[in-house]
Design a protein around this ligand. Structure first.
Ligand code: ZN
Ligand code: ZN
Length: 435
């Protein structure tokens, strides 16, 4: 680039030399050409020839001409104008300014590109690192699942081995008894046969001494059907159901805390169902009770680890669910948001879902979940909501709670014409096969 600029400058330099008058040593002014093809400024050659009578000479090549004669060369005139214009101070200053500006522009764009490249590379690093972290996390989760299955398989096989052993032992026991009886019997037969043979020579006066007859037990029953049926069961389904017990976090079997229930909330005897009611229930007064909003908490609070629970909302058209800090104000009307200690999902008018941010974040859900799963990760400070029917993610708070929280529920006040519908805590009953 510097070499090209130099070449351009030097070609411009030699052009400027070519267009310089040999008399005034400046760029041609009003250039004219003599018959010898040499050029001079019209004023210069006129001044040079002034006062000369008769023939004149070219100042450059000394050629003689009979008279003062020259002609205007328009092409040279135009070139001189061009060189003069492009070598003028203002032109050069302007050019220099433009150069600087263009260079500065390029420099800024280069900085932009360099920054953009750095950002892209950082982003790629972040994606790679996050991907690796998540991969490790997913592997860990599956390792735990594999372990559960492995343990379960070992357990079932061990049980089968034990039962088989017991059955074999029973038969073996009987077999040994029968074999003993058989040997005794054969021994007696031998004695009897011997005695019978002896009667031919000797007079036998009494029966020979016989061993007491061993009484063989009744053969043990082997009930093939009973033996098999436990292992011919839908084992994958049973195991899958059993896994709930070992899942971490598995569905927590929550119960409602009656002491927190607003007086217009009816809590079922087993504390797994709540429904709003018109009558005011004469609960014992309690500091923990919600007095303004139709809310209730679960009896189980969490402040570490990961927890998951499911709630059946059915076709209820209005509800709030989530978690609430232990410290929330229960005696005044509070807008539910993380700032006030609530991380909630809500529905209004049957299908208007929102996350309880301030203001509410409207969610576009493809369908209305009948069951909602809430996942609380205390360490990651994450509260996520799932459609428990297909485990699709509905919303996730990443600025979750610090400190102790309780599962939170509000059956709300239904619109007048509707029959109040309950909110139920889902419990998965245990299943049996082994262990
Ligand atoms: Zn001149
Ligand atoms: Zn000449």
């Amino acid at each position: 680039m510097a070499a090209a600029a130099n070449a351009a400058a030097s070609s411009k330099g030699s052009l400027k030399e070519d267009l310089t008058c040999a008399i005034c040593c400046d760029l041609f002014r009003d250039p004219v050409m003599l018959a010898c093809m040499h050029h001079f400024c019209k004023p210069c050659i006129s001044r040079y020839w002034r006062g000369t009578q008769g023939p004149v000479t070219c100042p450059q090549c000394r050629k003689e001409f009979s008279c003062k004669q020259f002609q205007t060369n328009y092409l040279v005139t135009a070139m001189v104008e061009k060189v003069r214009a492009t070598t003028s101070d203002t032109y050069l200053k302007n050019l220099e300014k433009q150069l600087k500006e263009t260079l500065e522009n390029h420099r800024l764009r280069k900085d932009d590109f360099v920054n953009s490249i750095r950002r892209d590379k950082d982003k790629m690093e972040t994606i790679k690192k996050l991907g690796a972290d998540l991969q490790a996390r997913v592997k860990g989760e599956f390792r735990a699942l594999h372990q559960i299955l492995q343990d379960e398989e070992t357990c079932v096989l061990e049980q089968l081995r034990r039962e088989q052993e017991e059955e074999l032992e029973k038969v073996q026991h009987h077999l040994e008894a029968i074999e003993l009886a058989l040997r005794e019997l054969e021994e007696n037969m031998r004695v009897l046969q011997q005695a019978s043979a002896d009667t031919e020579n000797v007079v036998v006066t009494e029966l020979p001494q016989l061993r007491p007859c061993v009484r063989a037990d009744i053969a043990p029953e082997f009930d093939i059907n009973a033996f098999c049926s436990k292992y011919m069961a839908p084992m994958q389904y049973i195991t899958w159901r059993k896994m709930f017990k070992s899942l971490k976090p598995g569905p927590s079997p929550l119960t409602f805390d009656v002491d927190t229930a607003h007086p217009s909330i009816y809590v079922s005897r087993d504390k797994t169902v709540v429904v709003e009611c018109e009558a005011v229930i004469p609960h014992m007064g309690h500091n923990k009770r919600f007095l303004q909003c139709i809310n209730v908490l679960a009896a189980q609070g969490f402040q570490s680890g990961r927890h998951y629970w499911e709630i059946e909302v059915g076709t209820k058209t209005k509800w709030d669910l989530g978690v609430a800090s232990e410290a929330v104000d229960r005696h005044s009307r509070i807008k539910l948001s993380p700032e006030s200690g609530y991380w909630t999902l809500r529905v209004r008018n049957g299908n208007e879902y929102s996350a309880g941010t301030q203001p509410w974040s409207r969610l576009q859900l493809g369908c209305s979940p009948k069951r909602v799963g809430v996942f609380l990760d205390c360490e990651e400070r994450r509260v996520s909501f799932y459609n428990a029917d297909d485990m699709s993610l509905l919303y996730s708070f990443t600025n979750g709670p610090r400190g102790k929280v309780f599962p939170f529920f509000s059956p709300c006040i239904s619109d007048n014409c509707q029959k109040p519908q309950p909110i139920k805590l889902i419990h998965y009953p245990p299943v049996a096969l082994s262990g």
